[in-house]
Design a protein around this ligand. Structure first.
Ligand code: KIV
Ligand code: NA
Length: 266
C-alpha cells in the first residue's frame, strides 16, 4: 500500500475519504495497524494511563515518548506515525524544538501532536512548522488540562466555549498545523469546526461529521481498565481476532458507520 503522507491526508479530506487513526505503543500493535490499513498511528501520551497505569497523562516524560515512538516506528511503514508532545514540553520554545528533534529525528515520527490553542502553542506550532516538522493540533477535551477542567469533561457545550474552540481551530490552522484532533465536544461543534478549516479534523467523541476518527486501542479491543468511554466501541465483539477487530474499525470509519449516535454527545 502507498505510504500515507501529509499531502495525502489533505487530499483525503478534499475528496471526502475518511481517515482511520488508532493509538499504538509498541511494535506488535504497530504491525497490526499497518496490516489492517490504518492511515495514522498515534503514539499518544495516553500511554501514561494504558501502559503505565497512571490516572492521567501528566507523568509521561519526553524520554517515555521517545522510547515508545521508536518501538512503534519499527512496526509501521505505510502508516503515518504521529507522536504526542508530553505535558510541559511547551514550557518554552527550546523544549518544544528539543521534543520535535527527538520524536522525529531520533525516534522516527513523521508528525508531532500538541494540545491547546493558547498564544504560546501557536508560537510552538509555527516554530516546528518552519523547521519542516508537521504538527497535529489537539483541541476540545485536551487531557493534559484535566486539573483545569476538573476531570475529563466534554468541552464546548455553551455557545461561548464553542465559539472559543472554533476560533482556536482557525488559529492553529493559520499557525501551520497540518492536522487537528478534536476531542470530547458536541456533534454540532465537531461539524462546525470540520467545515471551517481546510486541514483534516480527526474526532474522538466529536461526532460523525469529522474527516476521520481516532480511538485508544485498548478501548476498541475491550480491555479498558474500568468503564469503557461512551465515545468508544469494542470492535472485538463479533470479531475473533485483534486483526479482524482493527480491520472492522477501519471499514466502519471509512463508511461512516462509526461513530453511531450512541457514541456521540449532544
Ligand atoms: O494520547 C492519546 O491517545 C490521544 C488521543 C486520544 C487523541 O491524544
Ligand atoms: Na494525548
Amino acid at each position: 500500500r502507498k505510504p500515507v503522507t501529509v499531502p495525502g491526508l489533505h487530499a483525503m479530506k478534499a475528496e471526502g475519504r475518511r481517515i482511520a487513526m488508532l493509538t499504538a505503543y509498541d511494535a506488535s500493535f504497530a504491525w497490526q495497524l499497518e496490516s489492517a490499513g490504518v492511515d495514522v498511528a498515534l503514539v499518544g501520551d495516553s500511554l501514561g494511563m494504558v501502559m503505565q497505569g497512571h490516572a492521567s497523562t501528566l507523568p509521561v516524560t519526553l524520554d517515555h515518548m521517545v522510547y515508545h515512538t521508536a518501538m512503534v516506528a519499527r512496526g509501521v511503514s505505510a502508516t503515518m506515525l504521529v507522536a504526542d508532545l508530553p505535558f510541559m514540553a511547551d514550557r518554552d520554545l527550546p523544549h518544544v524544538l528539543e521534543a520535535g528533534a527527538r520524536l522525529v529525528g531520533e525516534a522516527g515520527a513523521a508528525m508531532v501532536k500538541i494540545e491547546g490553542g493558547a498564544p504560546h502553542i501557536l508560537a510552538a506550532i509555527e516554530a516546528l512548522t518552519v523547521r519542516a516538522i508537521p504538527v497535529c493540533a489537539h483541541l476540545g477535551l485536551t487531557p493534559q488540562s484535566v486539573h483545569k477542567f476538573g476531570g475529563f469533561r466534554i468541552q464546548g457545550r455553551e455557545q461561548e466555549a464553542a465559539d472559543r474552540v472554533l476560533a482556536e481551530a482557525l488559529a492553529v490552522e493559520s499557525a501551520g498545523a497540518d492536522l487537528l484532533v478534536l476531542e470530547g465536544v458536541p456533534v454540532a461543534l465537531g461539524e462546525r469546526v470540520t467545515k471551517a478549516v481546510k486541514i483534516p479534523v480527526i474526532g474522538i467523541g466529536a461526532g460523525p461529521h469529522c474527516d476521520g476518527q481516532v480511538l485508544v486501542i485498548q478501548d476498541m479491543l475491550g480491555i479498558t481498565r474500568g468503564k469503557r468511554p461512551k465515545f468508544s466501541k469494542d470492535f472485538l465483539i463479533g470479531h475473533d481476532s485483534v486483526a479482524a477487530a482493527i480491520t472492522a474499525y477501519v471499514a466502519d470509519v471509512r463508511s461512516g458507520a462509526f461513530p453511531a449516535p450512541e457514541h456521540c454527545f449532544n
